[in-house]
Design a protein around this ligand. Sequence first.
Ligand code: NDP
Length: 337
Amino acid sequence: MSQEEIRSKVVILGSGPAGLTAAIYASRAQLEPLVIEGPQPGGQLTITTDVENYPGFAEGIMGPALMEQFRGQAERFGSKIIQTWIDKIDFSERPFTLYGKASEDSDEITHLIKADTLIISTGASAKWLGIPGEEPVPDGLGGNGVSACATCDGFFFRDVPVAVIGGGDTAMEEAQFLTRFASKVTLIHRRDEFRASKIMQERTLANEKIEVLWNTEVKEILGSQKDGVTGITIYNNETEETSDYPVKGVFVAIGHKPNTELFEGVLEMDDVGYIKTEGHSTKTNVEGVFASGDAQDSYYRQAVTAAGTGCMAAIDAERFLAENENEVQELRTATNW
Ligand code: NDP
């Protein structure tokens, strides 16, 4: 197979709200950005159903439809979108070189991409339990009663019992948030003490709508496509008893993992792998590389905040190119592109 060579002033890795917003801004600045879609085009919103908290859609919008809008808007101004699995990036000199393959398992490099600037918007993935019933619809109940985001989906569980799984700050926060809607929240943790901060634990334990099941593991999510979730099978690892527990919603809150393995050892990251950025900017420790969205934000993790940082990254890249115009031009001439 032949190798395709692509050259771009702005290469954007990832096509979720952050990446496509960066593309909208960069293309409107005449920078003809190249967006590289990864294994989940459109990002996490493509696995959610109704999105009711994205401003501008008074009646709500389906996640995949919202991402179609983002994509169409980016393409309208000249963004080029390609799909390739980036295997390796050479950050040692500008332009940066990205090596793309047809899939993760392939050995053959199909794309050689040169980038004056790089915007990283590779997002984060919720961690899942890996139990039956958790898979996304139509195989399982993911998106039909099983969620990893209470802020996104909590509203749909009015006056019904729900379960939250996990023992960290996210689980505490999700459980507390869900008490606004649900008739009862059962917090299920595999050990006999929480990992969460003391204040979050205290608030959670003081909330009368939250019941905690300690030393408990969820083994299966029960239900059907027609009825959604009807319950869970739980196992008490102290008494070794297994039983079914009725709930209408399951929120898995066992942590997120930023998709940043590709940049390990080059870009500065925190302990969990979120890319560190400078002050209020999206600048990373490598000049000409910017990070936006959930790959960089462990705190807010919302579509609208990801879009906001995508916009910032495009503006940062545009300014970087303007400030380094002579150097970029010299590099183009020297490398014949
Ligand atoms: P954490 O890694 O802190 O906690 C994950 C929790 O999930 C742990 O209790 C862990 O159990 C449990 N868990 C992990 N894997 C499994 C599994 N396979 N089965 C069952 N349970 C499992 O992740 P968080 O998302 O809660 O927090 C991430 C970071 O973000 C933390 O630093 C946190 O402080 C921060 N954060 C801060 C907030 C705030 O300040 N408002 C809000 C949310 C997050 P175990 O304890 O047994 O390992």
